[in-house]
Design a protein around this ligand. Structure first.
Ligand code: AMP
Ligand code: GLY
Length: 426
């Protein structure tokens, strides 16, 4: 079997390294890929959002399967185009990907089908949003752009000035383009966050091992929101009781709601959850694997990912037993200095082996470039240094030991990944 993976970050690197374990796969390709991925798959410079270019590449390479990993091509309908042309695809249709592509859609879906989430109002013009904020006068409050915004479309406003500025920047200055032409003003919730990725074929939901992201740039959950600075799995807040509550109140109702809307979801559905004092609520849905959650979830998977992809596409997931490793996994993101704001690129990376890995940890490349056998930084998030062990303490120790032996100019990482999870375990 020949498989093309669409995307070029740490998530795609983790997907490719898992697929490389499958005895059923003879050849792996990636577009656009990156320096580290190039050691495991032939990479082609086709942008992840280039639907026609990707179809042409899939035809040229005569692949059997395409794994569409990022959100934007899915929301644009890449999975549909490939399926219409006879390819097997892992990834939801455009009609189903709207669950991530529009926050207004997902909030209305949850309200209509009684799925627990934060209370909210939708606005299509700045004046009514601001009038509502003034009338509510309750802070913090959460303001979300309707469409995709590279994970930056959520602003938690601490006061009226911040809230008004957020509304104006989204709706009048259009900092997220058309994504901000509608927005959601949402109740601020509190509690530990839990990420659960789940395979679903539209009939069965098979949750993967749970994980915890660390979204802020700096230690102690300070600094700006980022795409994610590190992850651990499993998430200690995801107890068996919470898992059962989520299955009954959230996972199954969501899949059923999508079916009822004629938007059956086949692929990986990501539940961003918060365990609030009033029960678990949905913070967001994603229509794909999370990044950097994938980097600590897929290494724990024992079942052949190719078998799962087939079962999802054939809607036979219920018949496939899924095995997960015991123990824990930790991923520490090494980022470029300045990220998530302006940062420099093209800094040589020292401390990696020729295959881009490290003897103490798996290194999932997020933003690297390979030139004359040297890896260079080529993005805000550069590497996801990942280790598994019997305990979370040991997984973290291994990951951080590798991080200390990898270097590039102005490298930045959080030193407290997993701290909250360790405290929760007591
Ligand atoms: P999202 O992109 O929707 O996941 O939001 C990014 C982050 O903002 C989440 O991971 C939460 O930490 C935070 N957040 C989003 N919505 C809320 C909310 N209603 N209450 C509190 N925090 C939130
Ligand atoms: N780590 C959060 C996301 O993938 O959206």
């Amino acid at each position: 079997m020949k498989v093309l993976v669409v995307g070029g970050g740490g998530r795609e690197h983790a997907i490719i390294m898992k697929l490389a374990e499958s005895p059923r796969i003879s050849k792996l390709y990636c577009a656009p890929g990156n320096g580290g991925i190039a050691k495991y798959a032939d990479c082609y410079p086709v942008a992840a959002t280039d639907l026609d270019g990707m179809l042409a590449l899939a035809k040229e390479l005569a692949v059997d399967w395409v794994f569409v990993a990022p959100d934007d091509p899915l929301v644009l309908g890449m999975a549909d185009l490939l399926r219409e042309n006879g390819f097997k695809v892992f990834g939801p249709s455009k009609a189903a990907a709207i669950i991530e592509g529009s926050k207004v859609f997902s909030k209305n879906l949850m309200k209509q089908y009684g799925i627990p989430t934060a209370g909210y109002e939708v606005f299509t013009d700045a004046d009514s949003a601001i009038a509502y904020l003034k009338e509510q006068n309750s802070y913090p409050t959460v303001i979300k752009a309707d469409g995709l915004a590279l994970g930056k479309g959520v602003i938690i406003a601490q006061n009226e000035d911040e809230a008004v500025a957020a509304v104006r920047s989204m709706m009048e200055d259009k900092i997220f383009g058309e994504s901000g032409s509608r927005l959601v003003v949402e109740e601020f919730l509190t509690g530990p966050e839990i990420s659960v990725l789940a395979f679903t074929d539209g009939k069965t939901v098979a949750p993967m091992i749970s994980s915890m992201d660390h979204k802020r740039a700096l230690d102690g959950d300070n600094g700006k929101n980022t795409g994610g600075m590190g992850t651990v799995s499993p998430n200690p807040y995801y107890t068996d009781a919470i898992a059962e509550e989520c299955m009954q109140n959230i996972f199954l109702p969501t899949v059923n709601a999508m079916n009822a809307e004629g938007r059956s979801f086949r692929g990986c559905l990501y539940f961003g959850l918060m365990a609030t004092p009033k029960g678990v609520k949905v913070i967001e849905y994603n229509c794909r694997f999370g990044d950097p959650e994938t980097q600590v979830v897929l290494p724990m998977l024992e079942t052949d990912l190719m078998d799962i992809m087939e079962a999802v596409e054939a809607q036979t997931l219920a018949e496939l037993p899924m095995q997960w490793k015991q123990g824990a996994c930790a991923c520490v993101i090494m980022a470029s200095g300045g990220y998530p704001e302006a940062y420099q690129k093209h800094k040589a990376i020292a401390g990696l082996e020729t295959n881009g890995q490290h003897k103490k940890a798996a290194v999932y490349h997020a933003g690297t470039l390979l030139e004359d056998d040297v890896f260079y930084t080529n993005g805000g998030r550069v590497l996801g240094v990942t280790a598994g062990a019997d305990t979370l303490e040991d997984a973290l120790a291994k990951a951080y030991a590798a991080v200390r032996e990898i270097s590039f100019e102005a490298a930045h990482w959080r030193t407290d990944i997993g701290k909250r999870a360790l405290e929760a375990k007591g």
